[in-house]
Design a protein around this ligand. Structure first.
Ligand code: GSH
Length: 420
């Protein structure tokens, strides 16, 4: 009962977060699309539609999303903008919240949302999925593990909010909750909450711990890493990172969560006070440093499946991406320099597609600006999975680099002397 109330509270809070995040103009506008790279890469006909938030940031959606990937259920997606939910969605889902699923049953008609049987509430969805696909159970009742729910609630209060109670109290509560979780993970035999198999409890934890782990580095650097001195949580994180159902498409990355931290601060804190301004500047600086790391990470291109996913997503959304990269009055990430024209962004996109496909390319000056803008705007899992985002960011940032002034002259001299 307490656990249910706690999950509900988390839902209300994150509902606000997601509503805000929906104002980010996404690179991906696909209203209905198959997962570009289902970890289970199925070509079977979808058996259900997943309704999830446009930004791919709702942790409840992510919980179901990982579950679908893990169980290998073929699905398609409809993305719901939480800031402007379509009337048809309000009409078919009584809670009006995401996620929901719609079964492609005998009544289902692709053009009539709600014609198939609908299930909402992430826990009920996971249960319904387990009922139909019993051979890969996620044991969703286990989601109610008290220590898991307490970690989720304590994190929500601590990371941003300080409405009731002091930051110290909240920090102590969160630390105690993490200790208790560590205890559960140790006594289960691990690496997961219920032992050797992934369960719905792990699916509830992962999306939240992942983002707060990154954001706390900027917001509360004095708070130790979530797994510091908690070996069972370290083992759990490592085991999660071996789950393709999570890492290939649903997991975000350090850059994405850090880059949106300043947006979170603008919404949840008093953006005009000096302390918040300093944190915003710090978050943006930390994000820039992570971008530099992406530039350095050429190994991202070794993951050919990731490159293919990036090519597919970029090709499909290129018009929106180009528009976004040349937006002269951006609503988010105003510090990111945009290109003067969408054509320059198109040039950067074409070049990136060539490089991701194994070729070589260079771009003109304004397209370099566009390439850097696209790299900075790219978010996982909103636009693509984290491995694909790493490959695309690296590609774009290399394209964006200005060649040192002397290098062309040097090349010309080399050619000249070669022919002498
Ligand atoms: N208890 C629900 C919570 C779902 C939820 O809170 N979803 C949020 C997004 S994170 C939402 O739809 N917010 C939109 C709104 O509040 O209007 C579940 O587990 O599915």
């Amino acid at each position: 009962m307490i656990a249910r109330a706690a999950v509900l509270l988390l839902g209300q809070w994150l509902g606000q977060a997601c509503a805000f995040q929906a104002s980010v103009q996404p690179l991906s506008h696909g209203a209905r699309r198959s997962s570009p790279l289902a970890a289970t890469a199925t070509t079977e006909e979808p058996v259900l539609t997943l309704y999830r938030d446009t930004n791919g940031w709702c942790p409840f959606c992510e919980r179901v999303w990982i579950g679908l990937e893990k169980k290998g259920i073929p699905y398609d997606e409809k993305l719901i903008n939480l800031q402007d939910k379509p009337q048809w969605y309000l009409d078919i889902v009584p809670t009006t919240l995401v996620p929901a699923i719609e079964w492609h049953d005998e009544n289902w008609d692709a053009d009539t949302p709600g014609s198939g049987a609908l299930v909402w509430e992430s826990k009920d969805i996971l249960e319904a999925m387990d009922a139909k696909f019993a051979e890969t159970p996620l044991r969703s009742a286990d989601e109610e593990v008290a220590e898991v729910v307490e970690v989720l609630n304590a994190s929500v209060g601590f990371v941003y909010g300080a409405r009731n109670g002091t930051a110290d109290d909240k920090g102590a509560r969160f630390a105690a909750a993490l200790d208790a979780l560590d205890g559960v993970l140790a006594s289960s035999g691990g690496p997961f909450v219920r032992g050797g198999e992934l369960s719905a409890a792990d699916l509830a934890l992962a999306p939240t711990l992942e983002r707060f782990g990154e954001q706390l580095k900027v917001l509360k650097p004095e708070f130790p890493a979530l797994d510091a001195g908690r070996p069972a949580i370290t083992r759990w994180s490592e085991a999660m990172d071996l789950e393709p159902a999570y890492t290939r498409r649903v997991k975000g990355d350090a850059y994405s969560w850090t880059a949106v931290t300043s947006s979170f601060l603008r919404i949840f804190a008093n953006a005009s006070d000096a302390e918040t301004q300093a944190k915003i500047a710090k978050a943006d600086k930390a994000a820039a440093a992570l971008l530099a790391e992406s530039r350095a990470d050429a190994t991202a291109l070794d993951d050919k499946a990731a490159c293919a996913e990036a090519v597919a997503a970029l090709s499909k959304n290129r018009k929106n991406v180009a528009r976004d990269a040349a937006d002269s009055s951006p609503k988010t990430q105003p510090h990111v320099k945009r290109a003067k024209t969408a054509q320059a962004a198109e040039e950067a996109i074409d070049a990136a597609l060539v490089v991701l496909d194994g070729g070589k390319a260079r771009v003109s000056g304004e397209a370099k600006v566009a390439a850097a803008a696209i790299a900075a705007r790219l978010c996982a899992p909103r636009d693509m999975g984290a491995p694909a985002a790493a490959a695309l960011r690296h590609t774009l940032l290399v394209l964006a680099e200005k060649k040192p002034r002397g290098s062309r002259l040097l090349k010309a001299l080399q050619i000249f002397f070669f022919w002498l």
